[in-house]
Design a binder for this molecule. Structure first.
Ligand code: IMP
Ligand code: MG
Length: 420
């Protein structure tokens, strides 16, 4: 039983996205029926374009059907009965959707770029579907009216893991363009510092570019940083030396967050710290424990690299211990694998995004997009929780973030032309 549990759950389920796996399974059928691998060595076989057209039509039809199943789920959500939808039966882990998803059109769009229907040997993959879902989300947001707030994760989304946002980073002009079009920007990162200076060190490229840009003053103030997932709030401020002004918690905390008592925070972090220390001992990890005001984590001693399995094991242990504790029931927390470190933060990115929405005047989840890299599952991924607060896009590296922002700009232009 234990072995089965580990194989089925601990080692597999938390490393899969069930919605994507389900769509992948649906697309495997037309792939098997309509791709013709033998055409590679049988030159008289069906021409590649003809085969691709048929495959594209079949794939797109399936995406249209999935789109409708999601619409049905959204109708159930509106009636307060999401558990009764057909989608919930097919993909039990699916949560609520903030908008419909233009999956048919998004498939055609991505097929033009990735030539999915032309492939004879490689079926539609996890990454193909992840990118189709991102495009579908972008299309629905753009068509549904102005995208009011875009929140970004930091590491892996805006810059490489553990690096800084430098002036030459190509994402900078794209974020400025979003701001020019009226979107507010939040950087919702787990990196938790109490001083503006530390965020300036990491984000200087973007902050300096905003300061020297020709954006009107009030637009410049449309950028904020939410650090430690949902703990430290800073607003852009061109007059301060670090371009950021610390906003005291009294000014922005949501009413539910007022229930996060200091004694509970200490108790939860103490428990997490003890668990992390145990794991370091048991796995003979060359690690240091870092205790902060609102987080506790382990980082490698000089030059050490932890293997993925150890990092995931560490997260799963601490997460379980906290989940079954009394304090863990009272206080939201997020334990995650940061690539070469593990952190437990008080709160999570759903609270971080909700706070951004509130600070910018009450923006709805259906007008907000969170872009991040950590969506693999609830276990060990910190962007995952943002799904509770808004629509999301799942990117795999900073280059994909740039591509997504280009896509949004292109889709927006097409939309403006049509509605003019
Ligand atoms: P994110 O990808 O922007 O959410 O940043 C995650 C990374 O921030 C982690 O992998 C850590 O390396 C780093 N970090 C620094 N301080 C903290 C903290 O207080 N909590 C969580 N992560 C932190
Ligand atoms: Mg990240």
């Amino acid at each position: 039983m234990t072995t089965r549990y580990r194989v089925e759950y601990a080692l597999k389920t938390h490393r899969r996205d069930q919605l994507i796996e389900w769509i992948k399974g649906l697309l495997a059928v037309p792939f098997v029926l309509h791709s013709h691998p033998t055409a590679v060595f049988e030159p008289d076989g069906e021409p590649v374009d003809k085969q691709a057209n048929i495959a594209q039509r079949r794939y797109a039809e399936i995406m249209r059907d999935v789109e409708e199943i999601i619409n049905d789920h959204i109708n159930h959500q509106k009636m307060g009965k999401p558990d009764r939808s057909k989608l919930k039966l097919l993909v039990p882990s699916v949560a609520n959707f903030y908008t419909a998803l233009a999956l048919h059109d998004a498939f055609i769009w991505q097929d033009k770029r990735r030539h999915i229907s032309h492939r004879r040997f490689v079926p539609p993959s996890f990454n193909d579907i992840r990118l189709v879902l991102n495009t579908a989300q972008a299309m629905s947001l753009v068509r549904g009216g102005p995208l009011e707030l875009v929140t970004f994760d930091g590491d892996v989304t805006l810059y490489e893991d553990g690096m800084n946002l430098k002036p030459e980073n190509p994402v900078i002009p794209k974020i400025l363009q979003l701001m020019r079009r009226g979107s507010k920007i939040g950087i919702v990162t787990a990196a938790g510092y109490t001083e503006a200076e530390r965020y300036y060190e990491r984000l200087a490229g973007l902050l300096d570019a905003i300061q020297t840009s020709d954006l009107p003053l009030e637009s410049k103030q449309n950028l904020m940083v939410m650090g430690g997932e949902s703990n430290f709030c800073f607003m852009f401020d061109g007059d301060s030396p670090d371009m950021l002004r610390f906003v005291p918690r009294e000014e922005w905390l949501l009413k539910e967050m007022l229930q996060w008592h200091e004694s509970d925070i200490k108790e939860l972090l103490d428990l997490a710290e003890a668990s992390l220390n145990d794991t370091i001992r048991n796995f003979r990890m060359e690690a240091l424990v870092v205790r902060k005001e609102r987080a506790v984590g382990i980082i490698p001693k000089d030059g050490q690299k932890f293997c993925r399995e150890t990092l995931e094991e560490t997260v799963l242990i601490v997460q379980k211990i906290l989940e079954i504790s009394d304090v863990g029931q009272r206080l939201p927390f997020c334990a995650f694998n940061g690539g070469n470190d593990v952190f437990v933060d008080i709160g999570d990115k759903s609270w971080g995004v909700l706070a951004c929405q509130r600070i910018f005047g009450g923006i709805d989840g259906s007008k907000t997009l969170h872009v991040g890299d950590q969506f693999l599952s609830a276990n060990g991924a910190n962007d995952f929780k943002a799904r509770l607060a808004c629509t999301t896009a799942w990117i795999a590296n900073p280059q994909e973030t740039c591509q997504l922002l280009d896509e949004i700009a292109e889709l927006d232009e097409v939309h403006q032309r049509k509605t003019r």
